[in-house]
Design a protein around this ligand. Structure first.
Ligand code: SF4
Length: 361
C-alpha cells in the first residue's frame, strides 16, 4: 500500500465514523450542494444551517432561483453578509437554468461566479468526479501532513497545495474524501491547537513527526483592515418618514438600502461632512445632533461611522450625479426602512439612528 493509499483509507474510515450530520450532506443535488458551498464561504456552519434550509424551502430548484426576484434572493440572504455571493449565485442560476447542470469542475468554472473551489466541491460531491478542492481547512491539513514550508498567503504556496490536493484525491469516493479533509481541518486539525492524539493521520503526518504542527502552515502576516471614518446622517421628516439611499449595483453593499453616509475628508469636522452629504442628496435640514458611533469590520476595511440625526425641512430629495456610491434616494416610513435595510451594517446604522423603532429586528 502506498503512503497516499494509507492516508486515504485512514481518513475515509474516520470520516464515516465522525462526520457531522449536516443538511447538505444528506443530498447529492448539485444545486443544494452549490448553495451550501457558497453560503459556507466566510460563514460558520451553525449560522448557515437555518439559512440553507429556508433558502431551499423557498427556492428548491435552480430554476426557481433563476426565476426569483433579486429582492427575494437578498431577503433570504439577509443577515448572512457578503451579499455579492448571493448576487453571483443568482446570476449563475440564471445561466445554468437554461441548460443541463454542468457536471465537471471544468464546465462548472465556466459559469460566472463559480470558482475553482466551488467547482471542485460540486463536481466531486454531486457527480463523483475526482476533482480536488482547497479551502483554508484543506490547505492547513495538507501543509501539515506533507510538511509544506511554502507561505500559503502567496500564490506559489497555494498552487503547491492545489497540486498535492490533485494527486491525493481519492478516485473511488472523491466527494467523501474532499469532505473528510475539510471535516478534519474543521474539527481536529484546527488552526491553533491541533488535536493530533485524535487524528487518524498522525502516523503519516510530517508536521506531527517533527513536532512542527503548531508552526505549520507558514502564513505571512495579514495586512490589517484599512480604517475608513464616515459620517451618516439620519434624516427624519415631520411625519416620521426617514431618508434612505440605495447603494449602486456594483461595489461594497451593492444594491442595499441604508442611511446615507460619506467618508470624512482629512481633518474635516463631522458636521461639515454631514452638510456635504446633505447637499449630495438634495436635503435641507436643521437640528443636527450626534446620536452615536457604529463600528463595522469587513475583510479589508474597518468602518467607523458617526451617526448624526437631523430633521428634514423639505421632503424634496434628489441625488447628485457626483455621488456615484448611490443610485437612488427615497423617503419611506421607518417600518419600511427597517424592512428594506438588509445588510448587517445597514441595520447597525438604523438601530443607532432610530433605536426605538428598530430594536430587536
Ligand atoms: S497529526 Fe496533527 S497536525 Fe497532523 S494532520 Fe493530524 S491533527 Fe493535523
Amino acid at each position: 500500500m502506498t503512503t497516499n493509499e494509507r492516508i486515504q483509507e485512514a481518513l475515509l474510515a474516520w470520516y464515516r465514523k465522525h462526520a457531522r450530520d449536516l443538511p447538505w450532506r444528506r443530498t447529492r443535488d448539485p444545486y443544494a450542494i452549490w448553495l451550501s458551498e457558497v453560503m459556507l464561504q466566510q460563514t460558520r456552519v451553525d449560522t448557515v444551517i437555518p439559512y440553507f434550509d429556508r433558502f431551499l424551502d423557498e427556492l428548491p430548484t435552480v430554476e426557481a432561483l433563476a426565476d426569483a426576484s433579486e429582492e427575494k434572493v437578498i431577503s433570504l440572504w439577509s443577515g448572512l453578509g457578503y451579499y455579492r455571493r448571493a448576487r453571483m449565485l443568482h446570476e449563475g442560476a440564471k445561466a445554468i437554468a437554461k441548460r443541463p447542470f454542468p457536471k465537471t469542475a471544468t464546465a462548472l468554472q465556466e459559469v460566472r461566479g463559480i470558482g475553482r473551489y466551488t467547482a471542485g466541491a460540486v463536481a466531486s460531491i454531486a457527480f463523483g468526479e475526482p476533482a480536488p478542492l482547497v479551502d483554508g481547512n484543506v490547505a492547513r491539513v495538507l501543509a501539515r501532513l506533507f510538511g509544506i514550508e511554502d507561505d500559503l498567503r502567496k500564490p506559489k504556496g497555494m498552487e503547491r497545495i492545489w497540486s498535492i490536493a490533485g494527486t491525493i484525491v481519492a478516485m473511488e469516493d472523491p466527494g467523501s474524501w474532499n469532505q473528510a479533509l475539510m471535516e478534519l481541518g474543521a474539527t481536529v486539525c484546527t488552526p491553533r491547537a491541533p488535536r493530533c492524539l485524535l487524528c487518524p493521520l498522525s502516523k503519516e503526518c510530517k508536521a506531527r513527526k517533527s513536532g512542527r504542527e503548531q508552526e505549520l502552515p507558514v502564513m505571512s502576516a495579514k495586512r490589517p483592515p484599512v480604517l475608513q471614518r464616515r459620517v451618516a446622517i439620519a434624516l427624519s421628516a415631520d411625519n416620521g418618514d426617514v431618508a434612505l439611499v440605495r447603494r449602486a449595483a456594483s461595489g461594497i453593499f451593492a444594491g442595499m438600502w441604508e442611511i446615507p453616509s460619506i467618508e470624512l475628508a482629512n481633518g474635516e469636522a463631522h458636521e461639515a461632512a454631514a452638510q456635504r452629504l446633505g447637499r449630495f442628496i438634495g436635503a435641507t435640514c436643521s437640528g443636527m445632533a450626534v446620536r452615536g458611533e457604529v463600528v463595522h469590520v469587513l475583510t479589508h476595511r474597518r468602518l467607523e461611522v458617526t451617526v448624526i440625526g437631523a430633521e428634514l425641512t423639505s421632503r424634496a430629495l434628489r441625488l447628485s450625479p457626483d455621488r456615484a456610491e448611490y443610485d437612488d434616494v427615497a423617503l419611506m416610513s421607518r417600518d419600511e426602512g427597517a424592512v428594506r435595510t438588509k445588510s448587517t451594517y445597514g441595520k447597525k446604522l438604523m438601530k443607532m439612528a432610530f433605536p426605538s423603532k428598530t430594536r430587536g429586528r
